[in-house]
Design a protein around this ligand. Structure first.
Ligand code: HEM
Ligand code: HEM
Length: 161
């Protein structure tokens, strides 16, 4: 078992985090274009929509890289002394984050380039809402470790080990 995350794993965590938040916050141009295409038929992709697509595809590629590293290099074990329930919650949360980080761009691509309108509802509806919720819980958990448990867990995503 490795002692900590590598520099690459740490960099990927923060870069992907910023890109995901970017697409969660700046999606209006994409939504507007998709609405217009459904109402009046095909039209050129706007700059704002391109940004949404490129950022989303970048997330997909970087998450694939992250998962490869997770399976080849590995990740550190849960902090010593952590309860079984907390460890399970952490593992479940991380798996859900990975699933959503893949599901969001894939459903987006299938909607826009595959024309599957129902997946667009999923993409901008339940999947988006779930991602916000799991990110909020993830950050809350990190703060709980830092301020209540005081086990230095956040340092794992700051310094390579
Ligand atoms: C990190 C990945 C992505 C995230 C977090 C994300 C997030 C979002 C959000 C928050 C919305 C607005 C939903 C709303 O409140 O109405 C949206 C809409 C949309 N996104 Fe993405 N997106 C991602 C990747 C992509 C990709 C790669 C595409 C490919 C073209 C795409 C296509 C769309 C489309 C077509 C809509 C409009 C859906 C509709 O209104 O039915 N997204 N996205
Ligand atoms: C202020 C914001 C954030 C903080 C403080 C933070 C902190 C952390 C920490 C300390 C870990 C390591 C947990 C461990 O060793 O068990 C971690 C892992 C992780 N974080 Fe974050 N994070 C933040 C934002 C995000 C965001 C926005 C995402 C993606 C949407 C994300 C996705 C992940 C994933 C998937 C893991 C698991 C890594 C693995 O074990 O493969 N994080 N985060």
């Amino acid at each position: 078992m490795v002692k900590g995350f590598s520099l690459t794993q740490i960099a990927l965590h923060w870069v992907v985090g910023v890109l995901i938040l970017f697409n969660l916050i700046f999606s209006d141009d994409m939504t507007a274009l998709w609405r217009q295409i459904r109402q009046t038929g095909p039209m050129p992709t706007t700059t704002g929509a391109w940004l949404h697509i490129i950022v989303g595809v970048l997330v997909l590629a970087l998450v694939a890289w992250r998962l490869t590293l997770r399976f080849t290099r590995g990740v550190p074990a849960a902090p010593a002394g952590e309860s079984h329930a907390l460890k399970l919650a952490g593992d479940a949360g991380h798996i859900l984050l990975y699933v959503l980080m893949i599901a969001l761009p894939v459903t987006g691509l299938l909607t826009f380039y595959g024309g599957i309108t129902a997946l667009g509802d999923l993409h901008g509806g339940i999947l988006k809402a779930l991602l916000w919720i799991v990110i909020a819980l993830h950050v809350a958990a990190a703060l709980y470790h830092h301020f209540i448990l005081k086990d230095g867990l956040i340092n794992r995503m700051r310094k390579p080990g």
